[in-house]
Design a protein. Structure first.
Lengths: 436, 158
């Protein structure tokens, strides 16, 4: 896999540099990062870490008859000093790599390769194909199928607990701009048998809705049903109310049946959870845009599980000036949660969180600072708080090339002190147009 | 379960027939453009209603619903699952994959240390906090780590 990733990265890099040969609109995005940190964990040898990571993306549009495009994104890492993670000096992953044919009408497209599918209750990554189209009279249809993209093996097992193939799709109907209804499903082949955990087959059907009775109100959400447990897995709904153009009020309701929703989460043997246990949350948020430079938000959320309940509330302020070149924000939240949510031995899990940041972009340089503090009601591992301060400074060498560096320092219950630095060289070039 | 296994192929076949029948009429159905005609400023909290008063021809939903208020950003999952084709007119897939991916190399907040405005998750010392947040709302973990991106999880959850 690593060899394949490296080969693919090299091949795409070469292809990218010869964009004129491809005669296409080509976008290249590259980030080369050198992380610098020192681990000093009590009882263990000190480690110097110098991981170098390359993130590389390529999009080539207007291929063939103009409707074909190639999309590629992946990363590779090499450790220049001690191993930054597990026993491997190198690692890599192909995040996606697919060909897409996009039709000019009906939002129709077909894709083949490694790709993400987000349709109704479906949110998957496959090595396979997908297609979608709007149909006459407001109907729409999409379908996908292929091989499951496997992840790391669960500890003590020879698999990640997932089946080897995955397919599904979504059918939808919309009525003018008022209503959209969708029915979707996902079916994975049988999950492997595990030694120490309970594996559950991943099979769900569900429905989604988008209702806009007036321009001021939207109701969006979905429910999913686990066909293995024969019970609902999730209800998740959002109400948006915009009494004025500046004010957005949202209400959110989420409820899941633990076993049915987490059924295929092998790491925690989701299939073995109590079938009657439910988790739910209800939240409200108000977001007010005072003017183009200032936005205020306040939120409250109530969490309920079988064993306890908790509340979180707080607010955020966002500002921007000078055509968005100066941006900043400050936020405060408090989680009020009891002992059942706490780390073992603690009487509560409550904590305050404060965050503020500021940043500035210009044609020549860019800079950012970011401060985050968590203040625990009861000490965690004998620490009252965790905080981190980060600063970043960068310079645009050319409009397409930028060099930047980050430094951060913090104290937290996990590491008494944590200092990190990162050097970043980015290259973003688009021959014509382009997306962020 | 058997009924589900039976139903899915039938629905798929019906869908293919529907597509075949409808193909002749597809040219009359409007679609979204491949990309937004004007590039938007990086970091801009896009307000679609500044320029658009109508509904999108491609999805028939009001443009104003997609303005990037704080509420929208917080709840973007609701919009992405039915309208990622609209997201794609401005954002490449890599924009989503910065967080939502199968195997991630570094925390998004570390990778984008120069972009604190993107509100990347797991900022600061989340390793400690996840022991609280995971109990509070297991779905919030599962959505990203349940069926993907579990490499760091398996290191400790044995």
């Amino acid at each position: 896999m690593k060899k394949a990733c490296c080969t693919l990265l090299c091949a795409v890099s070469l292809a990218a540099t010869s964009s004129s040969v491809l005669a296409a609109e080509v976008t290249i995005e590259s980030s080369t990062m050198l992380g610098i940190s020192r681990l000093d964990v009590p009882g263990a040898a000190k480690e110097n870490l110098l991981p170098t990571t390359e993130f590389l993306g390529l999009t080539a549009n207007n291929l063939a008859d103009g409707n074909l495009s190639l999309h590629f994104y992946g990363w590779g890492r090499a450790d220049l000093a001690d191993n930054s993670y597990n026993n491997d000096k190198t690692a890599g992953s192909l995040t996606y790599g697919y060909l897409q044919y996009r039709f000019n009408q009906a939002n129709a497209n077909a894709r083949a390769g490694r790709l993400f599918v987000r349709e109704g209750i479906v949110n998957e990554q496959i090595d396979g194909i997908s297609a979608r189209a709007d149909l006459p009279m407001g109907f729409g249809l999409s379908a996908f199928g292929g091989a499951t993209v496997h992840t790391s093996h669960i500890s003590g097992e020879n698999s990640d607990g997932k089946g080897d193939s995955l397919y599904g799709g979504r059918a939808s109907y919309r009525y003018k701009g008022l209503l959209e209804l969708g029915v979707s499903g996902v079916y994975e082949s049988d999950a492997p048998t595990l030694v120490t955990r309970t594996a559950g087959d991943y099979r769900r059907v569900g429905g989604d809705v988008w209702l806009t009775p007036t321009h001021k109100i939207d109701v969006i959400g979905h429910s999913s049903y686990n066909t293995e447990t024969d019970k609902f897995a999730e209800h998740s709904y959002l109400l948006n109310f915009k009494p004025t153009e500046q004010l957005v009020l949202t209400g959110e309701f989420n409820q899941l049946r633990d076993q049915s929703y987490l059924y295929s989460w092998t790491m925690f043997s989701g299939a073995a959870l109590n079938p009657n246990h439910k988790s739910s949350s209800v939240g409200v948020k108000a977001s007010y845009t005072v003017n183009n430079n200032l936005e205020l938000a306040a939120d409250f959320k109530h969490y309920k599980r079988e064993f306890d309940s908790a509340n979180r509330f707080g607010g955020d302020v966002r500002v921007n000036y000078k055509d968005n070149s100066v941006r900043g924000g400050i936020g405060y939240h408090y989680l009020d949660a009891g002992a059942d949510f706490a780390l073992s031995g603690n009487p509560s899990a409550s904590y305050h969180e404060v965050r503020c940041y500021a940043m500035h972009d210009s044609k020549s340089y860019f800079a950012a600072i970011d401060l985050l503090g968590d203040f625990f009601k009861d000490k965690i591992y004998n620490e009252n708080s965790a905080w981190e301060a980060s600063a970043s400074l960068g310079y645009h060498i050319t409009p397409a090339v930028a060099l930047s560096g980050d430094v951060s320092y913090g104290r937290n219950p996990r590491f008494t002190e944590e200092a990190k630095a990162l050097l970043r060289l980015t290259y973003n070039y688009t021959t014509v147009g382009g997306k962020k | 379960m058997k009924s589900f296994k039976l139903l899915l192929p039938i629905l798929s076949i019906a869908g293919l027939i529907g597509i075949a029948v409808s193909c002749a009429q597809l040219k009359t159905i409007p679609g979204l453009p491949a990309s937004h005609p004007e590039s938007l400023a990086v970091g801009q909290q896009v307000n679609c209603a500044e320029c658009h008063e109508d509904q999108q021809k491609g999805t028939m939903k009001a443009f104003s619903a997609f303005s990037h208020s704080q509420a929208f950003v917080k709840n973007h999952r609701f919009y992405a699952t039915s309208d990622d084709r609209l997201c794609a007119t401005c954002h490449k897939s890599s924009f989503c994959a910065d967080c939502h991916t199968n195997k991630i190399e570094m925390k998004p907040s570390t990778r984008y240390g120069d972009r604190p405005d993107r509100e990347m998750p797991h900022r600061g010392n989340f390793m400690t906090l996840h022991k609280i947040e995971g109990k509070l709302d297991p779905a919030s973990c599962y959505r990203c780590h349940g069926r993907a991106n579990n490499e760091r999880c398996v290191a400790c959850h044995k």
